[in-house]
Design a protein around this ligand. Structure first.
Ligand SMILES: N[C@@H](Cc1c[nH]c[nH+]1)C(=O)O
Length: 358
């Protein structure tokens, strides 16, 4: 593949907006990515090991190394903004190597203002790269959490539902009590359920170890055991039909942002997350962003587990593949081991998706 030139003028523009350039290594310890990116990207990582046997990877993303550099640089709760550009590596994407340019902003407690500035900067960057009026699609992981959180269901099922939604999967198999694929293994699941989580975990880990299995599809034996136990618990969980319908209606929202706000109010009723969403649209339009032309979709997720609030995508036109995206990740620094939590929001554009004819 032909390397894409880094648009240095754009990095200067980011620097002028307060986002200092960060140089990050291509080769990174794999563990933080395995921990917080989510399964979909985990399976697309280029993994290797160093001389001491430590698992390493070619960075599949800049957000995590930027967060680690921020943590290493001092009090994680301090406000700091960074910009970066260069290749990231994911199996299946353009031969495995794709150039990104992006920014991350950590520690800003004026959340709406930070989100607005980051989205505005993403739009300006797309314009500088040749898209005068990119289509903008919004989502909100906090709304998904609220919709799933309201269900009468075990916590493990809620976790799986959130994961499935974030990765664009179907919720039908999960919300239907007896999964077809599992009816053939009813005895095994009943035994695991009866044994209780600790004994079940021990048995599964022992079986895998006896079979000499250290990891399958990027999952460790402990994670595999966790999945089995969740499945056993979820087998008998029945979400009331009315709640299932509410979740379906919520997930079906894909509309112009102002109309979507009305649908959200109808379906989920008033709540803090809806207010945040409403205030966000006001802040966007106050900054001159074209809210009437933005779409909201409950299901936009980009396959990254660390997002926990606003998510957005930019595209050449409505319905086209995204040329970039970003979102809020208030839990990321904590998940990476920072002593203090701090909010964060950022975006990255895929440079190979801009340019003549693309
Ligand atoms: N790292 C994300 C983009 C992003 C940057 N900041 C927040 N999100 C990606 O590769 O898709």
């Amino acid at each position: 593949m032909t390397p894409v030139a880094i648009p240095l003028a754009l990095l200067d523009q980011f620097a002028a907006a307060g986002f200092a350039r960060l140089e990050l290594g291509v080769l990174q310890p794999a563990e933080p990515f395995l921990d917080v990116m989510g399964e979909e990207l985990r399976q697309r990582m280029f993994l290797t090991s160093d001389a001491d046997g430590r698992e390493m990877c070619l960075r599949p993303d800049f957000t995590i190394p930027a967060a680690l550099a921020h943590i290493a640089g001092g009090d994680p709760a301090r406000a700091a903004s960074y910009a970066y550009a260069g290749p990231v590596f994911r199996h299946g994407a353009n031969g495995g190597e794709v150039a990104q340019i992006g920014v991350e902003s950590f520690g800003r407690l004026d959340r709406l203002a930070a989100e607005t500035e980051v989205l505005a900067l993403a739009v300006e960057a797309a314009q500088a790269l040749g898209l005068p009026s990119p289509a903008i699609r919004l989502g909100d992981r906090a709304l998904v959490d609220a919709a799933v959180g309201a269900l009468d269901a075990p916590a493990s099922l809620k976790r799986r539902l959130k994961r499935e939604i974030a990765h664009g999967g179907s919720i039908d198999t999960l919300t239907t009590p007896q999964r077809a694929e599992e009816s053939g293994h009813a005895g095994l699941f009943a035994a695991l359920e009866a044994a209780g989580p600790d004994a079940a975990r021990g048995v599964i880990e022992d079986v895998l170890s006896l079979a000499g299995i250290a990891a399958v599809g990027g999952r460790t034996p402990a994670e595999i055991a966790e999945r089995f136990i969740e499945r056993a618990a979820n087998r008998s969980a029945a979400i009331p039909a009315a709640q299932r319908q509410t979740l379906r209606s919520f997930l079906a929202i894909d509309d112009a942002a102002p109309a979507a706000l009305n649908r959200l109010k109808e379906i989920l009723g008033p709540g803090p997350q809806i207010s945040v969403f409403e205030e966000r649209l006001d802040a966007f339009s106050g900054a001159g962003l074209p809210v009437d032309r933005m779409r909201f979709s409950s299901r936009i997720g980009q396959g990254l587990d660390y997002y926990d609030g606003l998510v957005f995508e930019l595209a050449r036109y409505d319905g086209a593949d995204p040329v970039g995206g970003g979102g809020r990740y208030d839990g990321l620094l904590g998940a990476l081991g920072a002593q203090a939590a701090a909010p964060g929001v950022g975006f990255a554009l895929w440079l190979d998706r801009f340019g003549a004819g693309s």
